[in-house]
Ligand binder design. Structure first.
Ligand code: GTP
Ligand code: MG
Length: 332
């Protein structure tokens, strides 16, 4: 990339950096990468080294070297930082974090502003606690003007349980004085058929986020397909390993693209089916070290109660909300 002046460096956007600009990526390699949904330099960093080894069939050293080159190039264009970062840069990046309103002031306060970009927020609870309803509401709310708690951006909705309802989106949009047709157009829905399809969709998310300028990615539910397919203790390790890979991908996407990732997870009612605390999400701690907020939902008389779990920066507490025509709101 020699010959680019300073001005050009600033003007170049990450989405313009095709994998083929890297030394060592010829037409055949480019084709292999493209077939796997990898188009840009950023994609090379979002995917794990072992996944790239599988795609390219090369040695781990070679792939690491390729990723190193990708990292250096993006650092050169100030798109990412290389190695150590000074605290003021981290501060700058944190300042970019933005929030999507849930529609309930109580719940927004519990989340310290709403659902956060650059992070994964997990809503978990028994059936009927409002997980899917929250996902619908957020997919509309992300499109709201900033002064109304939105990000004026679109949403990507991965539906693994066939519970996405366009008619409900229309109702929420109308309740919020948005054009329902526009709102539907800005929600990009994929129905995941099974866990491997889900993994594939997540692998290709980077491209989708770029195409759609989405600021919200919903996975409802994230763990369901794995639970259905990997039954029994014998398969637990494999299931956890796949979940880990997916969560790593999601973490990197959230950070690199400044998007909010929202996942749902069911809790089994009957504690004897699963080991450990029955109010823990299925799949246990699926996230190793992602910046993740876990919100536990439960039913109350005429309302739902949310509490935040294991978050050092959030004050302990509960938020009461209701499911209404406009999505989610405070109780009347
Ligand atoms: P599972 O996916 O089964 O684990 O449940 P969930 O937590 O996703 O529950 P969901 O979000 O589907 O919440 C279901 C509850 O939301 C229902 O019990 C209803 O009380 C409420 N609800 C569902 N659809 C509507 C709707 O269109 N309007 C309103 N006002 N409430 C709804
Ligand atoms: Mg649901």
């Amino acid at each position: 990339m020699a010959g680019h002046g300073e001005e050009e460096k600033v003007a170049i956007e990450e989405k313009d950096l095709d994998v083929s600009v890297l030394d060592g990526v010829g037409p055949a390699t480019k084709q292999k990468l493209n077939n796997a949904g990898i188009y840009t330099i950023m994609d090379l960093l979002v995917h794990s080294t072992s996944h790239l080894c599988d795609i390219l069939g090369g040695s781990r050293e070679k792939v690491l070297h390729l990723q190193e080159k990708a990292r250096n190039l993006l650092a050169e264009y100030n798109i990412i930082e290389k190695g150590f970062v000074s605290a003021d840069k981290i501060y700058e990046r944190a300042k970019r974090i933005s929030y999507i309103t849930t529609g309930s002031k109580n719940l927004d306060e519990l989340l310290m502003g709403g659902v956060e970009t650059q992070a994964i927020t997990e809503f978990y609870g028994e059936f009927g606690t409002g997980k899917t309803q929250i996902c619908h509401a957020l997919s509309v709310n992300v499109q709201l003007p900033r002064e109304e708690g939105g990000l004026e951006a679109s949403a990507i909705y991965i539906d693994t349980e066939n519970t996405f309802r366009p008619s409900r989106i229309v109702e929420i949009a109308e309740g919020r004085n948005l054009d329902p047709k526009e709102v539907l157009r800005s929600i990009h829905v994929a129905r995941a058929l099974n866990s491997s399809h889900l993994l594939l969709l997540v692998k290709n998310l980077g491209q989708k986020i770029r195409e759609t300028d989405a600021k919200l990615v919903v996975l409802d539910s994230a763990v369901g397909p794995f639970r259905a397919e990997y039954v029994g203790r014998g398969q637990l390790a494999e299931r956890q390993q796949l979940l880990n890979v997916m969560m790593h991908d999601l973490t990197r996407l959230a950070e690199l693209y400044d998007v909010a990732v929202v996942i749902t997870n069911q809790v089994l009612v009957s504690p004897d089916i699963f080991f450990g605390d029955p109010t823990r999400p299925i799949g246990g701690h699926v996230v190793a070290h992602a910046i993740t907020y876990r919100i536990y939902l439960r039913k109350a008389k005429n309302a739902r109660i949310a509490s935040i779990v294991d978050s050092p920066q959030h004050p302990p507490g509960e938020a009461v909300f209701v499911i209404t025509k406009t999505g989610i709101s405070d109780p009347p």
